[in-house]
Design a protein around this ligand. Structure first.
Ligand SMILES: CC(=O)N[C@H]1[C@@H](OP(=O)(O)OP(=O)(O)OC[C@H]2O[C@@H](n3ccc(=O)[nH]c3=O)[C@H](O)[C@@H]2O)O[C@H](CO)[C@@H](O)[C@@H]1O
Ligand SMILES: C=C(OP(=O)(O)O)C(=O)O
Length: 428
């Protein structure tokens, strides 16, 4: 499982300068899944974030027989899926990241079956997969579950000949939409997906699939149509910038009272989060592909409801909770997407925060001066929120279990240090 990762942050420094926003985790993972659908040729993905989830995805691609080379300095991933040979997504890799489930459509089309020994991702309460399974079944697949000798549940999906149909998501699931689009791309006939997700990463995934030869319409409308084709070809594609990484750096400027140039960040991709941060006192200035941010006045409290895009992204909810600790008055947060995403509150309390949690609602009583403490990253965004809190705290903060942070943010310590932060990463 690797070494224990920790970050040590000494707070109190304003951040200034220019930072490069990484490629999007939630775009590159489905793209790796898409690249496995090309039976010949080499897919080249550029602007790949060098994060642990990508490293796991490369390991998983190799475990099922693909050739995958991650060129970290060039942030480029080259995948040759012509030799795909095993339908088994082994638990030791697949259960370490959510994106492993995005390999299923390729396995169904290329090998006729997928055996899922585990699915990972952050533990945020219930994270069901019924929209995916129901969609695959409507297209003609059979889904069965059995229990392995060690007690783990194993899902076996057999594809037969997948055919188009009318599919839906009860709520607009991000990976659910991506998986159903990929399953439909090589199915016989036409598929309609109702209540599809609108996230920019879903649209970027549609873009690479279209370049590969898929016939997909309606991206961004909630109703997606897919006319199945016989094959998809390998292409070159540049992964979009990570809007959550961008949001965290906006909040790093806000929590330290600094000013930053975010290369690659887009106000549009931030959706309602940009408006909420503006109300809190952050100033934005978009200049082409560079977003300038600064905060030089008092932080105002805020009322946030998480929602699917363009609503306030749930992945920015934890960082926002950390920021709200410094606001001049009570902030209210209503987490609508996940039912267990408030473990951060206990950690922030160790640093002096005053947060009341009631189910999926939280009240953050600001302002409170934060002080350094040893805290635990229970999940990826809990990790990024604790880094933000550490930047604003008096003294040293140690963040343990920080593998989670490394799952989704690249070169955190290096990028923040270049902006003036005192932060080091330790592994061992
Ligand atoms: C790899 C990836 O892209 N991860 C993102 C993706 O996760 P992910 O795609 O897993 O999130 P979903 O949009 O599917 O899930 C949202 C909600 O829908 C529920 N649900 C989902 C599918 C399903 O079949 N049944 C069901 O009930 C989930 O339990 C959850 O409560 O979107 C989340 C919500 O924006 C983000 O936090 C994650 O960063
Ligand atoms: C919940 C997240 O990711 P995943 O779906 O990959 O667990 C996240 O990025 O915050």
């Amino acid at each position: 499982m690797g070494h224990e990762v920790r970050y040590r942050v000494r707070g109190g420094r304003q951040l200034h300068g220019t930072v490069f926003i990484q490629g999007a985790k939630n775009a590159v993972l489905p793209m790796i899944g898409a690249s496995l659908m090309a039976a010949k040729g080499r897919t080249v993905l550029r602007n790949v974030p060098i994060i642990e989830d990508v490293r796991r995805a490369v390991e998983l691609a190799r475990a099922i027989g693909a050739k995958a080379e991650l060129h970290e300095t060039e942030r480029t991933l080259v995948i040759d899926a012509s030799s795909l040979s095993s339908p088994v997504l082994p638990a030791d890799i697949a259960s370490r990241f959510r994106g492993s489930f995005l390999f299923v459509p390729a396995l169904l089309h290329r090998l006729g079956e997928a055996v899922i020994e585990g699915v990972g991702g952050c533990n945020l309460g219930s994270r069901n997969l019924d929209f995916h399974y129901n969609g695959f079944k409507r297209m003609g697949a059979t889904v069965t579950e059995h229990v392995a000798d060690n007690g783990d549940g194993i899902i076996h999906i057999k594809a037969g000949d997948l055919r188009g149909g009318t599919l839906y998501c009860d709520t607009p699931s991000h990976t659910g939409t991506e998986n159903l689009i990929m399953a439909a791309a090589l199915a016989h006939g036409t598929t309609l997906i109702k209540n599809a997700a609108l996230e920019p990463e879903v649209l970027d995934n549609i873009a690479i699939l279209q370049a590969m030869g898929a016939r997909i319409g309606g991206g961004g409308t909630g109703f997606i149509t897919v006319d199945g084709v016989d094959e998809l070809t390998a292409v070159e594609h540049t992964v979009m910038p990570d809007r959550i990484d961008a949001g965290v750096f906006v909040m790093a400027a806000a929590i330290t009272g600094g000013d930053l140039n975010l290369v690659g960040a887009s106000l549009e991709h931030l959706g309602v989060a940009a408006d909420k941060l503006e109300q809190m006192g952050v100033e934005f200035h978009q200049q082409g592909a560079v977003l300038q941010v600064r905060r030089d006045r008092t932080l105002r409290p805020i009322n946030v409801i998480t929602d699917e895009y363009p609503g306030f992204a749930t992945d920015l909810q934890s960082p926002l909770m950390a920021l709200s600790c410094l606001a001049e008055g009570p902030s209210y947060i209503y987490e609508r997407i996940f039912d267990g995403r408030f473990k951060l509150a206990d950690e922030l309390r160790k640093m002096g925060a005053d947060i009341e949690v009631d189910g999926n609602r939280a009240k953050v009583n600001g302002p409170r001066a934060l002080r350094g403490a040893e805290v635990e990253a229970h999940d990826l965004r809990c990790g990024s929120a604790l880094v933000l809190a550490g930047l604003a705290a008096e003294g040293e903060t140690t963040i343990t279990s920080a593998y989670y942070l490394d799952r989704g943010h690249a070169h955190t310590a290096e990028r923040l240090s270049q902006l003036g932060a005192e932060i080091v990463r330790e592994a061992g």
